[in-house]
Design a protein around this ligand. Structure first.
Ligand code: FAD
Ligand code: NAD
Length: 158
């Protein structure tokens, strides 16, 4: 099985898009991730999966904490930026929440402490214990078949 077939199959799983952020010393770092899931209600745990090639790995290993910002439908540009798809570097005006940098105007912000981590192939899975949550109204940015999507009218399926 080749990598392209695997990615094509995984691309059939529609997801939202998040930006993972953390701070180590004076330095803030952010990266786009769609490998995010809810894990447990009691205690409240979430999971992210980070490629060993990503700079984010060292930041999280050093700080032991991270924040998740779930992007809204207007934040495709932020997603592309934090995926390293833009050439120019920007000054980002982060929103401070529970002493962590988060993305302004996103649908939800969660701050987390690393509860556990598991090396899984070429990624590390970080299970985060959720320490605080902020929720904002809006529609989500979706990712499907390697493309950004918008939900149509947010209508339910009967
Ligand atoms: P870098 O490439 O170092 O940083 C990303 C960009 O953000 C750079 O342009 C950098 O300059 C900028 N930046 C970072 N911090 C700041 C700051 N404080 N101020 C200003 N600019 C800043 N990879 C995964 O491992 N797991 C996933 O779940 C995942 N999901 C993805 C989903 C989508 C939809 C996309 C498009 C990509 C996804 N990726 C995922 C790939 C990942 O986002 C990129 O490979 C990313 O570039 C790797 O992160 P990095 O830590 O090396 O960040
Ligand atoms: P794509 O068509 O490569 O991605 C489709 C799906 O494949 C993703 O949603 C993800 O589930 C899976 N996938 C892609 N790359 C992966 C990887 N290296 N490890 C594990 N799963 C992976 O989407 P795209 O628009 O070409 O993505 C842009 C860039 O972001 C690519 O370099 C891609 O590798 C990367 N990306 C990485 C992950 C990840 O590491 N989990 C997830 C999404 C995108």
């Amino acid at each position: 099985m080749d990598d392209q077939t695997f990615r094509k199959a995984m691309g059939k799983f529609a997801t939202g898009v998040t930006v993972v952020t953390t701070q180590f010393g004076e330095e803030i770092h952010g990266m786009t991730a769609n490998a995010f899931m809810s894990v447990s209600l009691n205690p409240k745990l979430v999971l992210i999966s980070i490629d060993h090639k990503a700079n984010m790995i060292d930041y999280i290993n050093n700080t032991g904490k991270f924040a998740i910002s779930i992007l809204n439908e207007g934040q495709k540009d932020i997603s592309a930026y934090f995926a390293g798809q833009n050439q120019e570097s920007r000054e980002i005006d982060f929103n401070w929440f529970n002493d962590m940098p988060t993305i302004k105007e996103s649908l939800a912000n969660l701050t987390c402490e690393v509860h556990d981590s598991v090396v899984a192939g070429d990624h590390t899975l970080y299970i985060g214990k959720v320490t605080d949550i902020k929720i904002t109204d809006g529609e989500p940015l979706a990712f499907y078949e390697g493309k950004y999507r918008q939900m149509q009218n947010g209508a339910g399926v009967n």
